[in-house]
Design a protein around this ligand. Structure first.
Ligand code: PLP
Length: 383
C-alpha cells in the first residue's frame, strides 16, 4: 500500500499520526461527481465523518454540499469553502444557539427530527421575522443490517419522526407560520454493505411519498441520507466504494414527482480509505496465550474498535522478518477495551516498527479525545 519513499518519510515523523492520501480522496470525489451528476443528484458531504480543514477544502472545491450536525460544523463548513445555501443541518438535539446559527447563516434546510423541534425553530425564526426551510426527517422503520450502534432508521431509535406521528405533524405545520416544508429526509444507518437495503429504502420512501400526495403535499426534494459502506477487510482491492451501483439503485427505484431533486449525505464512503493511522510499537510483552504488541496509538486516536468492535486492517509496514507470530495489538490507554486487533498473525514485530491501521479516514480523527490527557494525533498529507 505504501511506497518505500513514504515509509522512509514516516520514520522521521512523530507517531501516532493520521496519514491522508489526497490523490485517493480526489479520485473518490471524481467518481462521486461522475456517478451522481448523470442523474442530477445533489451530494452533500457529512462533516461528522472527518472535519479536517485540509480535507474539507478539497471536498468543498468539488462543489458538493455539506451535511452538518452541529452549529460548529456549519461554521467550519463555511470557513472551508462550502456554499451556505448547500448546507443541510440534522440532529435530534439542536440547541437554540445552533438553530440560530443555521438561521443566521441562511443554510439550505433544517432536517427536523421531532414536533418539539419544529415548534422551537418556528419560534426562533419568528423572532428574526424570517421563514425557514425545513425537511421532515422521517423514520422509515427499516433495518440497515449494520452494527446496532449505527442503525438509525428503526422505530426504537431516537432519530426522526415516526410515520404514525405524521398526521399530527401536518396539523402542527399548518399553525407554524415561520417554517416552510420543502423536503423529506431519511437516514437509516451507516456502513451499509448490502445494497438491497437501499432498494428497500426507495420502496419505503415511495410509500411515504404516496401518503403525502394523498394529503396534497408535494415537497421539492427527497434527502436519502448517507450510509454507503466501505471494505475494511481488504482495502487495497477496494479503495473505491461501489458508487455506480449505489446511485443507480436510487435512480431505478425511487419514484419522483415532477421537479423533485434527490439529495445524498455521504460521509464514510468519501473519506474512509484515504486515511491511515500510523503508529509505532513501544513494547512487546508476553501474555499467557498471545504476545502483546503495545503501540503508541490508542482508543483516544481511534475509538471505533472499542466503541463498535469495528474491524480495521492492522499491518506492520517496516518489519524485516518473514516469520510470523500471533499478537494482540493494543494501545497505551488505561482501559482493557483499548485494543485494535486480537490474535493477529504479524511478521515478528519489535520495538520501533511502524504499524498501519487502515481505512481510518472516517470517524477516526474526528472522534479523537484527550482521555488520559494524551496528545491528539497530528495529520500528515501525501505530497
Ligand atoms: N446523515 C446523517 C443524518 C447521519 O447521521 C450520518 C452518519 O451517521 C450520515 C449522513 C453519514 O453517514 P455515512 O458516513 O455512513 O455516509
Amino acid at each position: 500500500m505504501f511506497t518505500n519513499e513514504e515509509i522512509s518519510k514516516f520514520q522521521h515523523i512523530p507517531t501516532p499520526f493520521y496519514y491522508y492520501d489526497l490523490a485517493l480522496l480526489k479520485k473518490t470525489l471524481d467518481i462521486v461527481i461522475k456517478e451522481s451528476v448523470q442523474f442530477n443528484f445533489k451530494v452533500h458531504y457529512a462533516l461528522k465523518a472527518n472535519a479536517n480543514t485540509e480535507m474539507l477544502k478539497i471536498i468543498s472545491a468539488y462543489g458538493i454540499g455539506a451535511d452538518c450536525v452541529s452549529g460548529n460544523e456549519i461554521i467550519k463548513a463555511i470557513e472551508c469553502g462550502f456554499v451556505k445555501h448547500d448546507i443541510v443541518f440534522a440532529g435530534v438535539g439542536k440547541s437554540d444557539k445552533e438553530i440560530n446559527t443555521g438561521i443566521d447563516q441562511g443554510i439550505f434546510c433544517f432536517n427536523c427530527e421531532s414536533m418539539a423541534e419544529l415548534e422551537i425553530i418556528n419560534e426562533q425564526a419568528a423572532v428574526k421575522n424570517k421563514i425557514v426551510d425545513i425537511a421532515l426527517r422521517i423514520n422509515p422503520n427499516i433495518n440497515a443490517k449494520t452494527h446496532h450502534y449505527i442503525t438509525t432508521g428503526l422505530e426504537e431509535n431516537k432519530f426522526g419522526i415516526n410515520v404514525w406521528e405524521l398526521e399530527d405533524v401536518l396539523m402542527l405545520l399548518k399553525s407554524l407560520k415561520n417554517i416552510n416544508l420543502i423536503g423529506l429526509h431519511f437516514h437509516i444507518g451507516s456502513q451499509i454493505t448490502d445494497m438491497s437495503v437501499f432498494k428497500g429504502l426507495c420502496i419505503r420512501i415511495n410509500e411515504i411519498q404516496q401518503w403525502f400526495s394523498e394529503h396534497k403535499i408535494l415537497v421539492q426534494h427527497i434527502n436519502v441520507g448517507g450510509g454507503l459502506g466501505v471494505n475494511y477487510e481488504q482495502p487495497d482491492n477496494n479503495l473505491l466504494a461501489d458508487f455506480e451501483t449505489y446511485f443507480r439503485i436510487f435512480n431505478d427505484f425511487l419514484e419522483l414527482f415532477p421537479g423533485q431533486k434527490v439529495h445524498f449525505e455521504l460521509g464514510r464512503s468519501i473519506i474512509a480509505q484515504s486515511g491511515t493511522l500510523i503508529s509505532r510499537v513501544l513494547y512487546i510483552k508476553k501474555g499467557i496465550t498471545t504476545n502483546f504488541a503495545i503501540i503508541d496509538a490508542g482508543m483516544t486516536d481511534l475509538i471505533r474498535p472499542a466503541l463498535y468492535h469495528a474491524f480495521h486492517k492492522v499491518e506492520n509496514i517496516t518489519t524485516d522478518s518473514s516469520e510470523v507470530r500471533r499478537y494482540d495489538v493494543v494501545g497505551p490507554i488505561c482501559e482493557s477495551s483499548d485494543c485494535f486487533a486480537k490474535a493477529l498473525n504479524l511478521p515478528i514485530t519489535k520495538r520501533g516498527d511502524l504499524i498501519a491501521i487502515r481505512t481510518t479516514g472516517a470517524y477516526g480523527e474526528t472522534m479523537a479525545s484527550q482521555y488520559n490527557l494524551k496528545d491528539l494525533a497530528k495529520a500528515v498529507y501525501s505530497l
